[in-house]
Ligand binder design. Structure first.
Ligand SMILES: Nc1ncnc2c1ncn2[C@@H]1O[C@H](COP(=O)(O)OP(=O)(O)OP(=O)(O)O)[C@@H](O)[C@H]1O
Length: 346
């Protein structure tokens, strides 16, 4: 057990995870070669990650594909054993999977399901009630609340296989939170959902966090999830934390400068606008320009003086734009240039 920061809900120090990957060349010859001499490559999925989360905090966990997000969440929830470092969640060591820990934690993976496919969702809820030993009164009160907030009326008795993706995801969330955990690890909880359904899931998580003061760590490729729910962002790239701070400071990480949005009274050509900044959109009467941070005031003043401007606003770049800029190299990241190669003959 580690010495945790007093009061931290999650305490992670130098966390590491290596996967051993067996490799084989294609075809029969490759299979035969692998049979006599097996190649094993070690992948450093998480390298040396450290952070603390305060109780009740909602944190967005971002990074490009293959950066190590799911691996980290699996170690925090105790599904995977770390290769090094230490983790403490609510005072427990997750890898020990103690009953008291499991009763206070949940891991929701948007890409995996825990509901029983051929039965109505209600049956899976009853199974969870038994597993978590939820008293009847608490179970019914929680069900009433979740049914109302998530709009589950009418879908609980349908076979899970017949639910739409959005309906199923709402039931998955309800099943995962039925025991009212104090800590939520949400891995892409809105993946594949339409905009309304994403909003419903967000609202549910926001409300749950507010009511239960639960700590939430959330990964999502939809930045709207993150900006709506989290103030603090952790960014991981190639297994290492590269940013830990608030949304506004993440927006400043990009070198892309600020966005000036313009409404014009008289049309101006894109060529002319290009003398004020990089034009990302222009349709004559409205336009968007990116300008270097330090020159925002000067360029805005020029625009107002020289053009017939009806409205002008200055905004930070979107988190999507910052992430795209920071991780434009994500393809190389996926090749994981830093991974060690070990060849063992067994
Ligand atoms: N079971 C495994 N065996 C071997 N390598 C793995 C395994 N699971 C993940 N990896 C590798 O570990 C690295 C981190 O994967 P992880 O799934 O944690 O990334 P991620 O940030 O969640 O990515 P994504 O956003 O694509 O879901 C990747 O290089 C991945 O290929």
């Amino acid at each position: 057990m580690t010495t945790s920061t007093p009061g931290a809900a999650v305490h992670v120090r130098d966390l590491k995870k290596q996967y051993a990957v067996h490799e084989k060349d294609p075809g029969l010859a490759g299979s035969l070669r692998a049979f006599v001499s097996r190649k094993t490559r070690l992948v450093d999925a998480v390298k040396s990650v450290s952070f603390d989360l305060a109780p009740g905090e909602v944190v967005g966990f971002l990074g490009p594909n293959g950066a190590g997000k799911t691996t980290t969440l699996k170690m925090l929830s105790g599904l995977l054993h770390p290769s090094g470092g230490s983790v403490e969640v609510l005072g427990f060591e997750p890898r020990r999977r103690q009953r008291e820990y499991l009763r206070q934690m949940t891991l929701v993976m948007g890409q995996k399901q825990q509901l029983i496919w051929d039965l109505p969702a209600l049956d899976s809820f009853l199974v969870n009630q038994a597993i978590y030993e939820i008293p009847d009164a608490q179970y019914h009160a929680t069900m009433r609340e979740f049914t109302e907030v998530l709009g589950l009326e009418g879908i609980l008795k349908k076979q899970v296989r017949k639910l739409s993706l959005g309906e199923r995801m709402k039931c998955e969330l309800a099943a995962a939170l039925l025991h009212r955990p104090k800590i939520l690890f949400l891995d892409e909880p809105t993946i594949g959902l339409d905009v309304n359904m994403q909003e419903a899931v967000r609202e549910f998580v926001r409300e749950y966090n507010r009511k239960e003061q639960a700590t939430v760590m959330l990964t999502s490729h939809y930045m709207a999830d993150v900006t709506a729910l989290a103030r603090r962002i952790l960014v991981i790239d190639a297994g290492q934390l590269v940013f830990d701070g608030d949304l506004a400071s993440l927006a400043e990480q990009g070198s892309g400068g600020k966005t000036i949005r313009l409404q014009l009274r008289r049309p101006v050509s894109a060529e002319q606008l290009a003398t004020y900044g990089d034009v990302s959109r222009s349709d004559g009467l409205s336009a968007e320009l990116t300008v270097p941070r330090r020159e925002v005031s000067a360029r805005a003043a020029r625009l107002l003086n020289e053009l017939d401007v009806a409205d002008l606003t200055v905004e930070d770049p979107s988190i999507e734009a910052v992430m795209a800029e920071l991780f434009g190299h994500s393809k190389e990241t996926q090749h994981r240039e830093t991974q060690k190669e070990a060849v063992s003959h067994d």
